[in-house]
Each structure stands twice: as C-alpha cells, then as structure tokens.
Write a new protein. Structure first.
Length: 336
C-alpha cells in the first residue's frame, strides 16, 4: 500500500518496504497528477516485475556503488541521476525501458533551456551535458546486467546526441605564454608554467604530491578518492620548463606541490590572469598547449599519448595536423 503526502506545495509518495517507510519526492505537481503517479505505482506493485526493480530503486543501489568506486566524480553523477534521470524514469522497470522513451527524453533535453533573469537571455542545455546523461543511463543499465538484475540492456542501441562540430584543440603560442606569465598573479605563475610544461589536468595538478617528483620525471598517480581520468598512472619525463616550474613552487608548505585550492577557484584564477594578458581560453588550454607543442616538435604520437594519459591514440591524433612530417609520411606512398 502506498499513499501521498503534501508539504509546502510539494507532493511525496510514501510506502512500506521490508517494514520500513520509504518516500520519493514527486515535486511541485498538481494533486491530480500526484494521484496518477500513486495509481501507477500501486498498479506496478501488483504486477509481476519482469526486471525485478524500478529505476528509482535501482538508482539508489547504483549510487551507493558508484560513490565507493568513483568518489572523485560521484557528485556529478549523483546530480545527473537525481536531478534528471530519476524524475524522467522514476517508476519505469529497468528491464523493459523502451528505447523510444529514452529518445524522447534526449530530444526534450536538447530543447530545454533556462532564462537568465538579469538579461532575459535563453540558455540551452549543452550538447555535452545531454551526452553525459545518456552515457550515464546506459552505464547504469549495463551495471544492472552485470549484477544479474536484468538479462540485457534494453537501450543498448540508443546513442548519445551527435556533435557535428569539430575543430582543432586550441593552444597558446610561446609568445602568448610569455605574456600570460608576465601578467599573472605571482602566486599563480608557477602553477600555469607547471601545467603548460607537463600537460597535467586540473585535478592532477591539485593532487600532485612532492613525493611524486622522481628522478626520472613526475609520476601522475591514480589514488583512491582521486583517480586519474583513465584510472592508470603515468610518467611525465622532466623538461627544463617543468623543472623551472617546480623550482618556482618550492616554497609551498606541506605535502602538495601547489597550494591547496578548490578546482573551480583555480579555473577562475586562470581566466582572470588570461584576461589580464588579453588572452582567450581556460585552464585546460594549457594541457592542449603542452600536447600541441610536443607534436610541433615532431614527438611521435605514441609518446604524446603516453605522456598525456590519453585512453586511445585516436584522442592524440586530434593534434596530428600540427606535425610537419605526419601528413607527408601518411600521403607519400599514395597513388591511384
């Protein structure tokens, strides 16, 4: 048996399960719509469940597992599931989730927008956001298959929205970097130098420890709670630029190479310094800059892949156009 509760204009669905009371927020909806949700819930409770679990119940289990396995990225996945996927698929049976339902969700999200009160401007949901949501939904159902909850992923062939736009990764020239360093807050200059000379991601910069600085280079370690994107460690060999950057940060107290800072704060600090230097871009441009200059100096793409920690060579090949030899070598034997 289930029932409705109303508080501050919001409806909640409540029921007993294993002797414990459970609740699920329905949000600010009309009583009539809340009663429809209640009837739907009770009807499904009385009908044999081919998959054994509603999306809402499985989401709880999945999030518990995800928090333990991927603590560093959990907050984003938690937000996606609870703010978007659960409201959309709350009482759907995961084993029979229809692809057309997911396609409808995808189309709706691509059209959704919010209005900025100060300007009245409409801001649409980013394509990459919808891609992440669909990837997350498919990953959840793949895990349900792995756990034996369902036999197959019913949305296996649903694809995330396709990004038809493509452009070379942006990067800074040597002259632009010099301008950036000169215009930067003295507290930040060494950090920007380190990022540009190692290609470390923002999280990797923040978590880099002094113990990771070895004779042969910088070890980028995937740690519990702070994993690398690939989940694997890599070695970034020393360069003169990297050594100079580390030397400029030698006065930082504690176990970490750079001062303790939140990731978002570090990104904002970079944008501030870049604007002061009259330069475009974000902190991630320094990672692109490192890879771009390696390729322009004819470093083999396989070496660039290893140093950057790219999961596949295809990711590294985004920089291949910068190599004078790459295209020539690929085209030299062509004949028709």
């Amino acid at each position: 048996m289930a029932w409705l509760r109303e508080k501050n204009g919001r409806f909640y669905l409540a029921w007993k399960e294993s002797g414990k009371e459970r609740t699920s927020a329905l949000g600010k909806i009309t009583r009539k719509k809340a009663e429809v949700e209640l009837a739907l819930f009770e009807a499904r409770a009385e009908t044999p469940n081919p998959s054994g679990m509603t999306f809402f119940r499985f989401a709880e289990k999945y999030l518990c597992w995800h928090k333990c396995e991927y603590p560093s990225s959990h907050s984003r996945i938690y937000q996606i599931i609870n703010q978007h996927l659960v409201p959309a698929f709350r009482f759907e049976m995961i084993g029979v989730l229809k692809p057309e339902r997911v396609e409808g969700y995808k189309a709706g999200r691509m059209k959704s927008c919010r209005k900025i009160e100060s300007t009245g401007e409409k801001v649409y949901v980013a394509l990459t956001t919808v891609q992440k949501e669909i990837h997350t939904l498919k990953a959840m159902l793949n895990k349900a298959v792995e756990w034996g909850i369902i036999k197959a992923n019913p949305i296996k062939y649903v694809k995330p929205p396709k990004d038809t736009k493509d452009a070379p990764p942006p990067f800074y020239s040597g002259k632009q970097l010099a301008t950036l360093y000169e215009a930067s807050n003295p507290m930040h200059e060494g950090i920007w130098r380190l990022a540009a000379n190692t290609g470390l991601r923002r999280g990797e910069l923040i978590q880099l420890r002094k113990d990771d600085l070895k004779e042969q280079g910088i070890q980028v370690i995937s740690r519990e709670g702070h994993r690398t994107k690939s989940g694997k460690w890599r070695l970034v060999p020393w360069t003169d630029g990297a050594k100079a950057a580390i030397q400029s940060l030698s006065g930082v107290d504690g176990d970490f190479v750079i001062p303790r800072v939140h990731g978002a704060s570090l990104s904002r600090a970079f944008v501030t310094d870049a604007k002061r230097a009259d330069l475009p871009g974000s902190l991630h441009w320094l990672r692109h800059t490192f890879a771009s200059h390696l390729v322009m100096n004819n470093m083999p793409l396989r070496v660039v892949q290893q140093v950057m920690g790219h999961s596949t060579i295809a990711v590294t090949e985004r920089y291949a156009h910068l190599s004078d030899d790459y295209m020539r070598d690929k085209m030299s034997g062509f004949s028709i």
